[in-house]
Ligand binder design. Sequence first.
Ligand SMILES: Nc1ncnc2c1ncn2[C@@H]1O[C@H](COP(=O)(O)OP(=O)(O)OP(=O)(O)O)[C@@H](O)[C@H]1O
Ligand SMILES: [Mg+2]
Length: 230
Amino acid sequence: MNTPEPLLDVRDLRTYFLTDQGDVRAVDGISFSMNEGERLGVVGESGSGKSVTAASIMGLIEPPGAIVGGEVMFRGRDLLKLREREMQKIRGREIAIIFQDPMTALDPVFTIGSQMTETLRIHRHMSKSEARTVAIDTLADVHIPNPEKRIADYPHQFSGGMRQRVVIAMALLCDPTLLIADEPTTALDVTSQAQVMDLMLGLADDRGTAVMLITHCRWILRERASHVRR
Ligand SMILES: Nc1ncnc2c1ncn2[C@@H]1O[C@H](COP(=O)(O)OP(=O)(O)OP(=O)(O)O)[C@@H](O)[C@H]1O
Ligand SMILES: [Mg+2]
């Protein structure tokens, strides 16, 4: 029997920042792979290249940064060879990312409802009313009380913990195959960190979503990741 192809297979990835002071070798030859539905923990000290690895996979490296070598095989295709238009279809739809700062994922000038329905209309071609229903259901999944009312609110009208749960809802909205969570809870106090983390992981498990969980906190990964890459 053939072994199944991994969902994500990163091979010898190298991302450098070419600055006047010389090259910063932020990621210098990392390799790892993940299967469908699997959870991978990535730990490393501050500045070790975790976020740059995540941004490289998502095709979000901008000058002076450059991917100078390696492959990012996702379902058998090398993402590094895709055009930006093809990558846009994958981003958010097949691979979603949660950043450390919830405001990077939310636009302050639009209600969360319009941001969520817009995403569903673009990526999943839903009608307005279908999108609204899915958005409300997903807000309920992340335990936002009165989601049918809160959907009309702007990001700043939510507390920090709620906002991070809204970001999780946005990431899961299109039912991605892979969720990259880059320090998704560091903005929260320690008690909420564990709660929000377990909520996110539980929802990902329910949907069969693979999770790459990036953190510099080893305790967060204890009992939460089947594999840990340092
Ligand atoms: N835009 C940039 N220009 C120059 N160097 C950069 C840039 N972005 C990141 N770097 C460098 O790349 C290296 C890796 O950064 P990265 O953000 O991936 O670290 P990290 O492991 O995510 O750290 P943390 O745990 O603090 O989030 C660091 O040395 C950083 O200074
Ligand atoms: Mg980081």
